[in-house]
Design a protein around this ligand. Structure first.
Ligand SMILES: *[C@@H]1O[C@H](CO)[C@@H](O)[C@H](O)[C@H]1NC(C)=O
Ligand SMILES: *[C@@H]1O[C@H](CO)[C@@H](O)[C@H](O)[C@H]1NC(C)=O
Ligand SMILES: *[C@@H]1O[C@H](CO)[C@@H](O)[C@H](O)[C@H]1NC(C)=O
Ligand SMILES: *[C@@H]1O[C@H](CO)[C@@H](O)[C@H](O)[C@H]1NC(C)=O
Ligand SMILES: *[C@@H]1O[C@H](CO)[C@@H](O)[C@H](O)[C@H]1NC(C)=O
Ligand SMILES: *[C@@H]1O[C@H](CO)[C@@H](O)[C@H](O)[C@H]1NC(C)=O
Ligand SMILES: *[C@@H]1O[C@H](CO)[C@@H](O)[C@H](O)[C@H]1NC(C)=O
Ligand SMILES: *[C@@H]1O[C@H](CO)[C@@H](O)[C@H](O)[C@H]1NC(C)=O
Length: 664
């Protein structure tokens, strides 16, 4: 008996001593669990930890409430071993197309992520903090969107992220059986188990995933030698981070166990809360058939109700085809948009142009302010491809791009829903003498912002997006006067009622690169040309074409060039600035504008180079005013206008389009 008791104590003692600092917790479901939640994270009544549920870009976090000790001595020694396992499920509302961004298991010195961005940053970093060693964040990501800016390998992978979203190692989701990688589909809506293990002695981090119920595969999916001591502080919080997007995806954690200095306890899989079954739409017809035939009165009442409903329907009718169901949350109900704008009242009109009328609205569901653009379209040809494009562009997220929230289709009409920008468009501040103007630092900030937005479209997003219509009136200002480029990729739509197959030139007079009428194609270089004109507009406070000006001042590009040839380029600066600008910046913007307007596409800088120049990372290449001499400009003028007098074109900010064939 005594020996038994002794043995008991001996067995308990070392355990107890090392446990004083070691952390060990286990959640078989989260009912009543004390976690620190933020964003959309919540524990459901079933005990599921639901990280996201929104159709809006949201971020959410769920942390174990107390900091976990990872080092015994603050100033020396390596990080402790740790091990964790959890069961998760990612349930996209509409399978197949697009989903939210996934889940990450996170070790972080803080639980406060209010400055982080959701979407592709998974609620962990923002543009300036991403990749910076001061973060001290270790994350294991289950990533379901491919973000080329982080060199993601595909839209279904597992990666290890240190201080930034570019993984130090990653692998397509799967598990090894006899050395062969079996694929897993993270967004299939099924439950999977993940194991994350770090050995503080050998400095090895292993990540393994498998379908729930399978025993842990012997070979980890990822195994990486890394000394986390540099990253991990003495105390860190552990938890999950997730972000959703316009496509409703629900990220669930069903159970979680964690331990420092040991192997995390096994989850009791049988007792974990189940993922909810996917809802199927009920068939209302079944209900009607089920009614007893005798209830004639009821049927009559229903019939008259039906008439009312049908009448209402006609008013709110919208076009919807089977394939569109997949676009889910990107598709708005016409009824909702009608209500949001109080029936498209004139009082709600924000602006009208060649491309359509824009209304202000407030969505009843979210109380969110939006801008709704109504565009006419005639043909239904190519509509499917076009809607796919809209859905795709709806996923573009950048702080210098106006977010496209979704669309709605009606007979002969297309509605696009955007984020509302309280300060309206930039052209008002530049050209409207009744409006106050913007100072130079604000203008320079807008220029840099627009450049970075365009860079994102051209080179950093998953597909190359050609804007096709860069101009001051397409630059909108948010509450803080940050410039955001709107209407990207969509200029083709405004080419109303025509066959999308024929080559059309789309853009706005004065911003069109000279090669466009010849080739009929918009390219990155034509966007850069328009960006160059935009730079001059902002610096000079003048429209690109002023038909009423003296002959040699009609074209803005020509005029700036003439000022430079006289050796007085600063004369081109907007007089409304009253000389209050940084001379070097003004000169750089004017010259860069001219460089981007080079008639030869190959001579224009790429947008990345333009951004580097604007940020002062790279000096402006040396070139003189002769380089773009006026004879070349004359050629440009002839090509653009093809001998047609200017009066035939609307030279305001409206988008115009014309058939290239008719000009040659
Ligand atoms: C983990 O175990 C090592 C070796 O036994 C010990 O030095 C360290 O203090 C332990 N760490 C924690 C957090 O308990
Ligand atoms: C949850 O944990 C925190 C941190 O340990 C503690 O302060 C708080 O009292 C706990 N809340 C409940 C309801 O147990
Ligand atoms: C999503 O979360 C919000 C905030 O936690 C909640 O109000 C809303 O009811 C949830 N929506 C669904 C569909 O569960
Ligand atoms: C922590 O490390 C420092 C420097 O190596 C050493 O002087 C100190 O005694 C250590 N403290 C503990 C509690 O081990
Ligand atoms: C890991 O880094 C820590 C701190 O930089 C150092 O003390 C430790 O010796 C390193 N471990 C190995 C195995 O290199
Ligand atoms: C993953 O599963 C979803 C839902 O079943 C399916 O729509 C999608 O195509 C699958 N993805 C891959 C890469 O197999
Ligand atoms: C980005 O995150 C860092 C660190 O969390 C924070 O200090 C900084 O203010 C954030 N920047 C922005 C623009 O929110
Ligand atoms: C990681 O995986 C390797 C290779 O399978 C294995 O030898 C090692 O023990 C594992 N380390 C941990 C911490 O699980």
């Amino acid at each position: 008996m005594v020996t038994r008791l002794l043995l008991f104590v001996v067995l308990l003692l070392p355990n107890f001593v090392s446990c004083s600092d070691a952390v060990d917790f286990l959640y078989n479901g989260f009912r009543g669990a004390n976690l620190t939640l933020d964003g959309t994270a919540a524990v459901t009544s079933d005990g599921l930890l639901r990280l996201t549920n929104a159709t809006m870009p949201e971020k959410s976090h769920a942390f174990y409430p107390d900091p976990v000790r990872f080092k015994i001595n603050r100033s020396s020694g390596g990080a402790s071993s740790f091990s964790s396992t959890f069961v998760f499920g990612i349930v996209p509302e509409f399978s197949g197309l697009m989903s939210g961004h996934g889940i990450a298991l996170v070790l972080s010195p803080t639980q406060d992520f209010h400055t982080a961005i959701g979407s592709q940053y998974m609620g962990l970093f923002n543009l300036s903090s991403n990749g910076k060693p001061f973060n001290h964040v270790v994350a294991v990501e289950l990533d379901t969107v491919q973000n080329p800016e982080f060199s993601d390998i595909n839209a279904n992978h597992v990666g290890v992220d240190i201080d930034g979203m570019s993984s130090i190692t990653s692998q397509r989701a799967g598990y090894y059986v006899n050395g062969e990688l079996q694929n897993l589909n993270l967004t299939s809506g099924n439950s999977f188990q993940a194991w994350v293990e770090y050995d503080g002695e050998s400095n090895q981090l292993n990540v393994t995933i498998a379908p729930m119920g399978m025993i842990k595969p012997a070979t980890p999916l990822l195994s990486r030698a890394i000394n986390l001591s540099r990253v991990i502080f003495e105390h860190m919080y552990v938890g999950f981070s997730s972000s959703s997007d316009t496509f409703r995806t629900i990220h669930y954690i069903q159970g979680w166990s964690f331990m420092t200095n040991g192997t995390a306890r096994e989850l009791d899989l049988a007792s974990l809360p189940r993922l909810p079954r996917r809802r199927r739409k009920k068939n209302p017809i079944a209900l009607v058939i089920g009614l007893p035939a005798g209830a004639l009165v009821a049927v009559l009442a229903m019939a008259s109700a039906l008439v009312v409903v049908l009448r209402r329907r006609a008013r709110f009718s919208q076009m919807l085809e089977d394939w569109e169901l997949a676009y889910g949350p990107q598709r708005f109900q016409y009824r909702d948009l009608y209500k949001a704008t109080q029936g498209f009242r004139d009082a709600e009109v924000l602006g009208a142009g060649g491309s359509g009328t824009v209304y202000r609205g407030v969505l009843a569901s979210s109380k969110e302010e939006v801008a709704i653009k109504r565009v006419c379209h005639g043909s239904r040809q190519g509509m499917r491809a076009f809607v796919a494009e809209v859905a795709c562009l709806g996923r573009v997220r950048h702080r210098n791009l106006v977010r496209l929230l979704g669309y709605c289709r009606r007979e002969g009409e297309f509605l696009l829903v955007y984020d509302f920008m309280p300060n309206g468009s930039l052209d008002k501040f530049l050209f409207d003498r009744r409006s106050s103007t913007l100072g130079w630092s604000c203008r320079f900030g807008i220029i840099r912002g627009v450049a970075s937005g365009l860079l994102y479209l051209h080179e950093e997003w998953e597909q190359v997006v050609i804007h096709r219509d860069v101009k001051a009136s397409n630059v909108l200002l948010d509450g803080d006067f940050n410039g955001r480029l709107g209407d990207f990729g969509l200029a083709r739509l405004y080419d109303r009622g025509t066959d999308p197959q024929t080559t059309h030139v789309v853009g706005t007079m004065g911003y069109l690169a000279p090669e466009i009428p010849r080739t009929g194609k918009s390219t990155k270089a034509t966007d850069v040309f328009a960006f160059g004109v935009f730079l001059l507009e902002v610096a000079c406070g003048r429209r690109p074409v002023e038909p009423r000006a003296a002959e040699d001042e009609v074209l803005l590009v020509d005029w700036v060039l003439a000022c430079w040839s006289r050796g007085e380029i600063l004369e081109a600066a907007d007089p409304r600035l009253g000389g209050a600008y940084v001379t070097e910046e003004m000169e750089m913007v004017l010259k860069l504008g001219l460089l981007c307007c080079d008639p030869l596409p190959a001579a224009r800088p790429g947008i990345r180079r333009a951004v580097q120049i604007l940020c002062g990372d790279v000096p402006l290449p040396k070139f003189s005013s002769n380089y773009l001499n006026s004879s070349v400009m004359a050629l440009l003028e002839n090509e653009v206008f093809g001998g047609v007098s200017l009066e035939e074109y609307p030279v305001n900010s409206d988008t115009v389009s014309f058939l290239s064939a008719s000009r040659h």
